[in-house]
Design a binder for this molecule. Structure first.
Ligand SMILES: *[C@@H]1O[C@H](CO)[C@@H](O)[C@H](O)[C@H]1NC(C)=O
Length: 127
């Protein structure tokens, strides 16, 4: 997945909220089923495209078509969670994916961004 994990995480968060809203308003929809096979609609697209995180980190995604966003979500599910990280039998759904990208994001912050920040601060301090 070539997009930053914080952008993917945002998409999963918006998807989760949207599925909860849909399930809440339509009793014939099953939330567990929606989380395994989320509805990707105009509402999710609008929220995602107009989010400042997307504009900042992945501006190329800010004029995405619905079809492309659906493709992106399908890719996320297809790519899934590395088996080393996923206990056997754990299903791939919006929540387990979000958990995976959350851990990935924390890993990036710890390994890359925090040391960079520390270095920047060090450079700013007088010797
Ligand atoms: C509720 O969901 C079902 C199953 O997807 C759908 O057929 C139906 O049209 C929906 N009802 C409303 C009011 O949106």
């Amino acid at each position: 997945m070539e997009y930053p994990s914080n952008v993917i995480l945002l998409l999963l968060q918006l998807l989760l909220q949207r599925q909860q809203t849909l399930a809440h308003h339509n009793k014939s929809l099953d939330l567990a089923q929606l989380l395994r096979d989320p509805i990707v609609d105009k509402e999710v697209l609008d929220q995602f495209q107009n989010h400042k995180l997307v504009k900042m980190y992945s501006p190329e995604l800010s004029n995405l078509h619905l079809r492309a966003l659906k493709g992106l979500v399908t890719d996320l599910f297809t790519y899934g969670i590395p088996s080393a990280e996923s206990p056997q039998g754990q299903e791939t759904n919006v929540i387990t994916l979000a958990n995976h990208y959350y851990n990935k994001r924390i890993g990036e912050l710890t390994l890359i961004e925090l040391p960079e920040l520390r270095q920047e601060i060090k450079n700013l301090l007088p010797e």
